[in-house]
Design a protein around this ligand. Sequence first.
Ligand code: ADP
Ligand code: PHD
Length: 453
Amino acid sequence: MKVVKFGGSSLASGKQIEKVFQIVQSDFERRVIVVSAPGKRFAADRKVTDLLIECAEQCLLNNDPLQWVERVLERYSSIALELQLSNEIVKEIENDLAGRLAEDRSKPNQFIDLVKASGEDNHAKLVAAYFLKQGVEAHYVNPKDAGLFVSADPGNAQVLPETYELLYSLRERSGILIFPGFFGYSKEGDVYTFSRSGSDVTGSILANGLKADLYENFTDVDAVYSVNPSIVSRPREVKELTYREMRELSYAGFSVLHDEALVPAFKAGIPVQIKNTNNPSAPGTRIVSERDNTNGPVVGIASDQGFCSIYVSKYLMNREVGFGRKLLAILESFGLSYEHIPSGIDDISIILRENQFKPLMEKEIKERIETELRTDEVVIERGLALIMVVGEGMRHNIGTTARASKALANANVNIEMINQGSSEVSMMFGVKEIDEKRAVRALYEEFFAAVTV
Ligand SMILES: Nc1ncnc2c1ncn2[C@@H]1O[C@H](COP(=O)(O)OP(=O)(O)O)[C@@H](O)[C@H]1O
Ligand SMILES: N[C@@H](CC(=O)OP(=O)(O)O)C(=O)O
């Protein structure tokens, strides 16, 4: 049995949903279908999830959300019209959204989650209605009834462990199950969403809970490419990746799969296949526990912007017991989480996501580090991009770091920091955001363009 997730781009219009129907029909193993909310139909379009967030925020500001409600409903009604569904489903969606908007707003983030989760919830109902109209037994499944329980963290929920066992009984249900992605229920019965793009996570949780043979993730590209196709045109396709490689790459910027979507499938040893709804006969990319090393040392290069670093130096830092703990405790007291900590004998850098590090905090944090830790120097640098060079083959291949550094030097990119890290499959370079694309292209040239595999 296969669990199959279709992303927002695969469900953005009636025409796309017809393709989805054909794909599901072409393989009887495709029994559990996870759907996202309608995504973008063209580059400048807006995702239904974004419209819903705007809608909820307007309500919280006590503004009339009507124009946003209308834009959301227009998306569903145009899809229903294309698919020749009766107006009943659109009415049902309208009532559902109105009901959510009338709910308690005293916990704003919880209210936003309730509203934004309607994107997938209502789309699952619409897709089920279309399958039924085509004469196929299909059922919408409510995540609460199925047992998908999550932590009560708005916009950042984590699955609760008991979920997996509860989901298994879905196997006994007949027909095609249409399951809304992106959200679950807390033990108190409230709706909480995963972080953005979290329908990928739902698919992986279901694949684990149902002990599926395969988790197929349908999107709008033929494969995972070795580098983001918006940076290098027509980059090399990757046929096979390990879970570890894909986790590193998706964490570092390969937005094709959510970085938390691999662990549930990995824990149950279920392979993940990335495929294209618009070209389903393309083989796609397979993500597995182990693969043959045929691609050379590097399998992919990912990058992401929006990082900053706190550089701290103090002579004999290495001899000071508890220095790292005290430093991290200061960050903890501001509610900051860190991404990486490259360090030397007398210095340490802490890399953080810039969006959580508000400019107002900056001065206070710097002062506390300077006074409480008696440091020699504290420098905060914003506007950094992190580039992750990933590949299982790197472990056995001497000289990969030297090749990467040389390629960056030749492209005139200044390396702000390097972290080989404890992960054996990746190497991280910090560069200024302005240098990001040039750096990625130079690395791609070094590890892929010039290499014949
Ligand atoms: N290395 C990569 N390989 C493939 N796609 C990538 C890569 N990096 C970024 N992407 C982007 O990910 C997009 C697919 O993810 P997403 O937009 O979330 O799809 P969906 O709507 O199916 O959830 C692609 O259209 C592509 O622009
Ligand atoms: N619709 C949600 C969840 C999701 O997974 O969407 P998509 O499959 O379009 O990335 C979002 O936009 O975040």
